[in-house]
Write a protein that binds this ligand. Structure first.
Ligand SMILES: [Zn+2]
Length: 295
């Protein structure tokens, strides 16, 4: 049946389109495999464990660089007939709209205010406000410093192929996972986690795993709430795509693929089974409180 949105209008406000001016990649270059670079990211940018000082990666100077916002063309193109079905960027902007709609309603229901994250599209490399310069080789990521989700769509498609995470709803899961990190920043969980990591180096990886699994669970909650609200209706096939994508980026799968060896001690995101389980927990409960992965 595919994915059905409640309407086809696309709101590109909050979207920053910086494609076509990335320049040289900050990390690596020719000859470095995708998997190796993903590992680099898992450990450094997203993980925060493994002896990497998170304060180096997420300096809290609050500096936000002003780069021009080119989302005008995007808004025009994405609001033409068939654009969401045809173009991955329009599809992602639409999912981003639905993510914001769901969390706005949920936060309002709790008497809280939701501030949406920015969504930045880039190619090859990008300067962030607070997370340094990042190469697209790091995969999609969320930067708490400027509260933006960063995605190189071309690279995302490559990753999906490499890890066997097929399907469009797999992309929705990835975006919802990054938006889950945004919720963790809004709710103060990110700061608590960084503080806890600083005070206990030996628990740093376990904390990172719990943090990542919570973002998976939040993605599942979003999937359910969006469905219930009639914003994005998905079928069993789509739920399976999201579950398969969550499993595909499990640390055990990535380690096995890249080094042929599985070392749970070094995990920062959780195993395939854990990631799939927490997405499913979120999806079945539809409740953020069901996502206490730190317990
Ligand atoms: Zn993550």
């Amino acid at each position: 049946m595919g994915i059905k949105f409640d309407d086809n209008s696309v709101d590109a406000s909050g979207v920053r389109d910086r494609r076509g001016r990335g320049g040289a990649a900050a990390i690596g270059g020719g000859g470095v495999g995708i998997v190796g670079l993903v590992i680099y990211v898992l450990i450094s940018v997203l993980g925060g464990g493994s002896g990497v000082d998170p304060s180096l990666l997420f300096p809290s100077d609050g500096s936000v660089q002003s780069q021009a916002d080119d989302s005008g063309d995007l808004a025009t193109r994405c609001n033409t007939e068939g654009a969401i079905e045809r173009d991955d960027d329009c599809y992602l902007v639409k999912v981003y709209n639905e993510i914001n709609e769901v969390w706005t309603a949920d936060f309002t229901g709790q008497g809280e205010t939701y501030e949406r994250p920015a969504l930045t599209f880039f190619e090859s490399a990008v300067s962030t406000g607070g997370c340094g310069r990042a190469s697209s080789q790091v995969g999609p990521f969320y930067c708490p410093g400027d509260r933006s989700i960063y995605i190189d769509i071309g690279f995302l498609a490559q990753l999906q192929q490499e890890f066997g995470a097929a399907g469009r709803y797999a992309q929705a899961y990835i975006l919802a996972h990054e938006a889950g990190h945004h919720l963790q920043t809004l709710l103060g969980t990110e700061q608590e986690m960084r503080d806890a990591q600083r005070s206990s180096k030996k628990d740093a990886n376990a904390l990172s795993v719990a943090f990542e699994l919570q973002a998976d669970c939040y993605a599942g909650v979003w999937s359910r709430l969006a469905d219930d609200a009639g914003n994005v209706s998905v079928g069993e096939a789509e739920v399976k795509q999201a579950q398969a994508a969550a499993a595909a980026v499990g640390d055990d799968r990535i380690q096995e693929k890249s080094t042929g060896r599985v070392d749970p001690e070094s995990w920062t995101h959780g195993s395939a089974a854990q990631r799939e389980k927490w997405f499913t927990t979120g999806r079945s409960s539809g409740d953020l409180d069901a996502c206490n992965t730190f317990a």
